[in-house]
Design a protein. Structure first.
Length: 91
């Protein structure tokens, strides 16, 4: 049995089929959790919010490049993302 790691490896890619009711319940739960997370992040303060954004975007770039078969250096990606956000990550 073949293990699927990425959505583009599915047999029916890109023809998707889903259960609208099951998906809407899941999306409602995710949206609720997202709202709670945003609320908590607002309580952390600006510096920690920036760090969370930097980490999330860095991870997104790394995973996206992995899908394309590229392995990027995490420190270089983090530095590049920080520059793009206008952040100083020297500390």
């Amino acid at each position: 049995m073949r293990t699927i790691h990425y959505i583009h490896e599915l047999t029916d890619w890109p023809n998707f089929h889903w259960d609208r009711l099951a998906l809407s319940k899941t999306l409602a739960d995710v949206r609720h959790r997202q709202g709670r997370l945003v609320g908590r992040m607002e309580g952390l303060g600006f510096k920690l919010q920036q760090e969370a954004v930097l980490e999330t975007l860095t991870e997104d770039v790394l995973k996206s490049s992995e899908i394309e078969g590229e392995k990027l250096d995490i420190n270089q990606v983090r530095s590049s993302v920080a520059r793009g956000l206008g952040m100083d990550i020297a500390d």
